[in-house]
Design a binder for this molecule. Structure first.
Ligand code: AMP
Ligand code: ZN
Length: 114
Protein backbone atom coordinates (compact mmCIF):
# COMPACT_ATOMS: atom_id res chain seq x y z
CA UNK A 1 0.00 0.00 0.00
CA UNK A 2 1.85 3.05 -1.29
CA UNK A 3 -0.01 5.56 0.91
CA UNK A 4 0.23 3.60 4.16
CA UNK A 5 2.51 5.07 6.84
CA UNK A 6 3.43 1.71 8.36
CA UNK A 7 4.09 0.11 4.94
CA UNK A 8 6.54 2.99 4.41
CA UNK A 9 8.21 2.10 7.71
CA UNK A 10 8.39 -1.56 6.60
CA UNK A 11 10.00 -0.44 3.32
CA UNK A 12 12.43 1.84 5.16
CA UNK A 13 11.06 4.96 3.40
CA UNK A 14 10.19 6.48 6.81
CA UNK A 15 12.66 6.04 9.69
CA UNK A 16 11.70 4.41 12.97
CA UNK A 17 13.38 3.47 16.24
CA UNK A 18 13.38 -0.26 15.44
CA UNK A 19 13.99 -2.61 18.32
CA UNK A 20 12.98 -6.03 16.98
CA UNK A 21 12.37 -7.64 13.61
CA UNK A 22 11.99 -10.99 11.94
CA UNK A 23 10.70 -12.14 8.57
CA UNK A 24 7.05 -11.47 9.54
CA UNK A 25 7.00 -8.48 11.93
CA UNK A 26 8.80 -5.30 13.00
CA UNK A 27 8.70 -3.58 16.40
CA UNK A 28 9.58 0.07 16.94
CA UNK A 29 9.03 2.79 19.54
CA UNK A 30 5.81 4.79 19.34
CA UNK A 31 6.45 8.39 18.28
CA UNK A 32 4.02 9.69 20.91
CA UNK A 33 4.51 7.36 23.89
CA UNK A 34 1.67 6.99 26.40
CA UNK A 35 3.79 5.01 28.89
CA UNK A 36 7.53 4.80 29.73
CA UNK A 37 7.65 1.78 27.41
CA UNK A 38 5.37 2.14 24.38
CA UNK A 39 6.27 0.00 21.40
CA UNK A 40 4.32 -1.03 18.31
CA UNK A 41 4.53 -4.44 16.65
CA UNK A 42 3.38 -4.45 13.03
CA UNK A 43 3.23 -7.18 10.39
CA UNK A 44 5.29 -6.67 7.23
CA UNK A 45 2.10 -7.54 5.32
CA UNK A 46 -0.45 -4.74 4.94
CA UNK A 47 -3.68 -5.59 6.78
CA UNK A 48 -5.78 -2.51 7.44
CA UNK A 49 -7.82 -3.57 10.49
CA UNK A 50 -8.45 -6.64 12.64
CA UNK A 51 -11.68 -7.05 10.63
CA UNK A 52 -9.61 -7.82 7.51
CA UNK A 53 -7.69 -10.72 9.14
CA UNK A 54 -8.32 -14.14 7.60
CA UNK A 55 -7.44 -17.69 8.65
CA UNK A 56 -4.31 -17.37 6.43
CA UNK A 57 -3.07 -14.67 8.82
CA UNK A 58 -3.07 -16.89 11.92
CA UNK A 59 0.70 -17.20 11.84
CA UNK A 60 1.18 -13.42 11.54
CA UNK A 61 -0.98 -12.76 14.59
CA UNK A 62 0.94 -15.39 16.54
CA UNK A 63 4.24 -13.81 15.49
CA UNK A 64 2.98 -10.40 16.64
CA UNK A 65 2.19 -11.68 20.13
CA UNK A 66 5.45 -13.64 20.40
CA UNK A 67 7.36 -10.55 19.28
CA UNK A 68 5.57 -8.55 21.99
CA UNK A 69 6.62 -11.15 24.56
CA UNK A 70 10.27 -10.91 23.41
CA UNK A 71 10.16 -7.10 23.43
CA UNK A 72 8.66 -7.03 26.95
CA UNK A 73 11.54 -9.19 28.16
CA UNK A 74 14.07 -7.02 26.31
CA UNK A 75 12.58 -3.92 27.95
CA UNK A 76 12.54 -5.53 31.41
CA UNK A 77 8.78 -5.11 31.94
CA UNK A 78 7.78 -8.78 31.79
CA UNK A 79 7.45 -9.07 35.58
CA UNK A 80 6.14 -5.59 36.45
CA UNK A 81 3.46 -5.98 33.76
CA UNK A 82 2.47 -4.68 30.37
CA UNK A 83 -0.61 -4.22 28.25
CA UNK A 84 -1.15 -5.40 24.68
CA UNK A 85 -3.75 -3.40 22.73
CA UNK A 86 -5.07 -3.52 19.17
CA UNK A 87 -7.52 -0.75 18.33
CA UNK A 88 -9.98 -1.66 15.58
CA UNK A 89 -11.53 1.20 13.62
CA UNK A 90 -11.93 4.85 14.45
CA UNK A 91 -14.41 4.40 17.29
CA UNK A 92 -11.82 2.39 19.20
CA UNK A 93 -9.08 4.95 18.54
CA UNK A 94 -7.38 3.43 15.47
CA UNK A 95 -5.59 6.19 13.55
CA UNK A 96 -3.16 4.17 11.40
CA UNK A 97 -4.92 1.63 9.20
CA UNK A 98 -2.22 -1.04 9.15
CA UNK A 99 -2.75 -3.34 12.13
CA UNK A 100 -0.41 -2.88 15.07
CA UNK A 101 -0.11 -4.24 18.57
CA UNK A 102 0.64 -1.63 21.23
CA UNK A 103 2.95 -2.81 24.04
CA UNK A 104 2.65 -0.46 27.01
CA UNK A 105 4.36 -0.77 30.36
CA UNK A 106 6.75 0.78 32.83
CA UNK A 107 3.93 2.35 34.82
CA UNK A 108 0.73 1.26 36.56
CA UNK A 109 -1.88 0.65 33.82
CA UNK A 110 -5.43 1.62 34.75
CA UNK A 111 -8.54 -0.39 34.00
CA UNK A 112 -10.87 0.14 32.25
CA UNK A 113 -8.97 2.12 29.59
CA UNK A 114 -10.68 5.28 28.35
P1 AMP B 1 -3.62 3.74 16.83
O1 AMP B 1 -4.16 5.04 17.36
O2 AMP B 1 -4.01 2.52 17.62
O3 AMP B 1 -3.92 3.57 15.34
O4 AMP B 1 -2.05 3.83 17.00
C1 AMP B 1 -1.23 4.50 16.09
C2 AMP B 1 0.02 4.82 16.83
O5 AMP B 1 1.04 5.10 15.88
C3 AMP B 1 -0.08 6.05 17.73
O6 AMP B 1 0.22 5.67 19.08
C4 AMP B 1 0.96 7.01 17.16
O7 AMP B 1 1.62 7.74 18.16
C5 AMP B 1 1.88 6.08 16.42
N1 AMP B 1 2.62 6.63 15.31
C6 AMP B 1 2.13 7.41 14.31
N2 AMP B 1 3.10 7.69 13.43
C7 AMP B 1 4.23 7.08 13.87
C8 AMP B 1 5.58 7.00 13.41
N3 AMP B 1 5.97 7.61 12.28
N4 AMP B 1 6.47 6.31 14.14
C9 AMP B 1 6.09 5.70 15.29
N5 AMP B 1 4.84 5.73 15.77
C10 AMP B 1 3.91 6.41 15.08
ZN1 ZN C 1 0.31 -0.78 5.38
Amino acid sequence: MSDCLFCKIVEGEIPCDKIFENDQVIAFRDLNPQAPTHILVIPRKHISTVNELTADDKNIVGEMVLAAQAVAKQEGIEESGYRLVMNCNEGAGQTVFHIHLHIMGGRRMNWPPG
